[in-house]
Design a binder for this molecule. Sequence first.
Ligand code: 13P
Length: 251
Amino acid sequence: MAARRKLIAGNWKMNGLKAEGLQLASDLAGRLQGAGAVPFDMLVCPPFPLLFPVGEAIKGSPLALGGQDCAPKQKGAHTGDTSPAMLKDAGCAYAIVGHSERRQDHGETDAIVAAKAAAAHEEGLVAIVCVGETWAEREAGKAQEVVGRQVAGSLPAGATAANTVVAYEPVWAIGTGKVATPQDVKDMHAFIRKELQARLSDADSVRILYGGSVKPDNAVELLATDNVDGALVGGASLKADDFWAIGTSCR
Ligand code: 13P
């Protein structure tokens, strides 16, 4: 099996003002630097207005920076949007696309998500493509069907292990304290791996993250699950101690 280095990604969502964001990112960057060799990459995805100051504060450190979304275009008359080129300019190496909150709140379809990922790739950013079923879909026995469709529709042509990470985030586990069971996670990640194998020549090297109520007390088990190559963390990424504890749960 291909060796995949774990990725511990923090999605701050719409939380934090400048002072707190700077403190959190600087704290994590300092811990990473002090820790030396660790078995994981660490990433923070602050709200857009904080990207430049946080990017400046962590420049040169091993802590990576990402956007929580990006536009499917690089510039132009698109009020309120932020392009991948702008993310890169702020020091980002990653862009999350297709988060369920974007899909739900902004009507983003798989086609839109794929266009965003393609635009991120154009700028050399790694796209973290999010997929995940709702509780109703899981109850109806359609979790794999839904996730399979999202994977097929949201990955752009040209996706590789170097430019794409997939994040499985069951919608019902986000911010609810409900975590998918290790068996459910194992089954879904194996299914996603198979779907990737049907599409990408280097599918075995693609990192598949789990997200949804990841906390220090469940991270060890989740991160030890087959095909779980890291975590996409919301709430627990806002506290340096908790986020660091999730990172150091990687074995
Ligand atoms: P929580 O960790 O707060 O459940 O959020 C998960 C998430 O949506 C990360 O993108």
